[in-house]
Design a protein around this ligand. Structure first.
Ligand code: FEO
Ligand code: CA
Ligand code: CA
Length: 633
């Protein structure tokens, strides 16, 4: 594959090409399931009576509400799908850009030079690329945003390089600095949101920032490298996707596709099985090994074991060292949804975003104490993995030395293998998890999975259509909801149903039409970001197919919708510019403004958002508010 083409592919597509899963089709199993599934799915838009046990009547009500009755809690007029190179919000709302890739966080830094994409030095003082998950923190009346910079766009970051790849050591420095986390104070001045340059909170955390390794993997031999022979201090974080936030004032950033940065320039290199499970390949996407031996698998065979974690950061202490929380497991972390269970334990729900991988839960050993010292609650606890049964019940399987035959350190480093051992349910790419703040129920976006019922995951686990992953070759995705038994997030049992099965009822009349709460006006594909607002409404963001052809006809650009978990109603709130995804969200302290990430506009070269004209497209944070200044979430 030519590098130029590589830059026009999503990370996910590229990952699939560089490391296809085994081409084994379990014909008998798939065929059997297809037959039974036809019965289960029935015809038309009705999808699995069983799947909607807890919400079937509510979902019909939702359909009526979508038609526009005034009983709806969704207090806005739905926007229509479109393919415009701008942002569309409902009547009565407005939007503005807060900060974009390359904006200097400090007054001594140069403005972004879009003809080169800047330098290593300029990028280290500027907002990173491809912003994603975010959270807000307040101190002394100031609002501080912590936000992930997931990955980079070679066409713009390396605009002066023919193939959009780093060619010099400074290019590598720039590329690493465009990754990680940006911490920046934001404020409203003259009615407009913007960043506060030179705020004492402004800080960049990049692929080179030192951080402590904590938890079971700390010091383990698989964590030891020539730069860090004791396995205690990792350098950097990258591919930071979704996030979490703790009640003790810290930010959680989640390392997702950490694998794509390593290379091995030797035809005889033999990839270890454990690396194959995590999608390592000999051809990384960023050329970092050119000037940093850490990314050469031959020279530093343990370096990849130090990535794929959740990292805890104190954004209000600019001198603090981030902490890698290995107790939360190692996989392609999407986000980290933290809630305090009724018995005081901290529960963190975690998705592993890869086809056929799993959904996890961490339960802290110690309890949260309001006003107490909670800062290391994520250091010790137990990981569980979800097993869904077809009867709308499920269970959390503990990953312990007893259940897996692995040590605690091995479980925290080779988490996927531990989960395979206990027979977890292979999922349709678990993206964000969101817990309803007003009741004990949790939602996870299962974005899509073209391999469902087609081939196993990278560990050889079968992927039959079943439970909350009912569709073979699932192109549209769904959102699963579970309710912990006794409203206790530490319970080992739960009930589940599907909140929505996305689809296109304009094109299909089978299971691809989606569930009853999907119609031609609110349809979408590939739910990804999920976040609850204070009213218990679920904000849904998409990162999917925006081609507007075939099965995706009429679905427009990627978008944000709002769902009411009580009625099943879903309305489209926003449409993003061309070729972007909408991801990450947060509100200011007063909840009069909602912030979202618009990531990779023009990833295939067809956008000039947000600056217009012939400008290069830039990932940006957008602030949305009501024109009357009322609370919006
Ligand atoms: Fe970074 Fe799974 O999205
Ligand atoms: Ca995502
Ligand atoms: Ca994504």
């Amino acid at each position: 594959m030519k590098i130029k083409q590589m830059n026009h592919m999503s990370f996910d597509e590229l990952d699939e090409i560089s490391r296809p899963a085994p081409r084994v089709v379990e014909f008998e199993e798939v065929a059997n399931k297809m037959v039974s599934r036809r019965g289960f799915l029935g015809s038309g838009v009705a999808v699995g009576a069983g799947a909607f046990v807890m919400g079937s009547t509510a979902l019909s009500a939702g359909k009526a509400l979508a038609a526009g009755t005034d009983e709806s809690r969704l207090a806005f007029k739905m926007v229509k799908a479109n393919g415009l190179d701008t942002i569309t919000v409902p009547e009565g709302y407005k939007w503005e850009v807060v900060v974009s890739w390359g904006d200097p966080l400090f007054s001594n830094a140069p403005a972004l030079d879009t003809t080169t994409g800047g330098t290593g030095a300029s990028q280290e003082l500027a907002f990173g690329d491809h912003n994603d998950g975010m959270a807000f923190f307040s101190k002394d009346g100031k609002q501080i945003m912590a936000i992930n910079n997931e990955y980079t766009d070679g066409k713009t970051l390396h605009a002066n390089r023919a193939n959009g790849m780093p060619e010099t050591a400074d290019d590598v420095r720039k590329n690493k600095a465009a990754h990680g986390v940006s911490i920046v104070e934001v404020a409203q001045r003259g009615g407009n949101w913007g960043i506060v340059q030179d705020s004492l909170y402004n800080r960049r955390i990049t692929a080179d920032t030192e951080m402590d390794i904590t938890g079971p993997a700390r010091g383990h031999k698989w964590m030891q490298t020539s730069e860090d022979p004791k396995g205690l201090v990792a350098k950097g974080t990258w591919n930071n996707c979704g996030n979490g936030q703790t009640p003790w004032g810290t930010y959680l950033t989640c390392e997702e596709n950490f694998n794509g940065y390593f290379t091995a320039n030797d035809k005889n290199y033999k990839m270890p099985e454990a690396f194959k499970r995590y999608g390592l390949s000999t051809e990384g996407r960023y050329n970092w090994a050119m000037s940093d031996a850490r990314f050469d698998l031959i020279k530093e065979p343990n370096e990849p074991n130090r990535f794929g974690y959740v990292v805890e950061i104190d954004p209000l202490d600019p001198t603090s060292r981030p902490k890698k929380r290995t107790a939360l497991g190692r996989f392609k972390h999407e986000n980290a949804e933290l809630t305090i269970a009724s018995n005081g334990h901290v529960v963190v729900y975690l998705g592993d975003d890869e086809r056929g991988e799993f959904l996890y839960r961490f339960v802290s050993k110690h309890k949260y104490l309001a006003g107490g010292n909670n800062r290391d609650l994520l250091e010790e606890g137990t990981l569980f993995v979800a097993k869904f049964h077809d009867n709308n019940r499920g269970e959390w399987l503990a990953l312990t030395p007893k259940t897996t035959g692995m040590t605690d350190a091995e479980i925290s480093i080779h988490t996927r293998m531990a989960a395979s051992k206990v027979g977890a349910t292979t999922m349709d790419r678990p993206e964000w998890v969101a817990a309803n703040p007003n009741k004990a129920e949790v939602f996870c976006a299962l974005t899509n999975n073209k391999n469902r019922g087609v081939k196993p995951n990278a560990g050889g686990d079968a992927t039959p259509p079943s439970g909350p992953n009912p569709r073979v070759e699932n192109n549209f995705g769904q959102i699963v909801r579970w309710i912990p038994m006794n409203e206790d997030h530490t319970s080992s049992e739960f009930k589940w149903n599907l909140f929505v099965l996305a689809g296109n009822p304009a094109v299909y009349d089978d299971a691809n039409a989606g569930s009853q709460n999907i119609n031609q006006d609110n349809m979408f594909n590939s739910p990804d970001g999920l976040k609850f607002d204070s009213k218990g409404l679920l904000w849904i963001q998409t990162d999917g197919n925006y081609s507007n052809v075939k099965g995706f006809q009429g679905q427009g650009n990627n978008q944000m919708l709002v769902g009411d978990p009580e009625t099943g109603e879903i309305r489209r709130f926003l449409v993003g510019p061309k070729e972007c995804e909408i991801t990450g969200s947060a509100w200011n302290a007063e909840r009069t403004t909602m912030f979202i990430s618009v990531q990779h506009p023009g990833e295939k070269g067809n956008s000039h958002w947000p600056d217009g004209g012939q400008s290069v497209p830039r990932s940006s944070v957008v602030a949305i508010s009501r024109k009357d200044g009322a609370v919006i979430g």
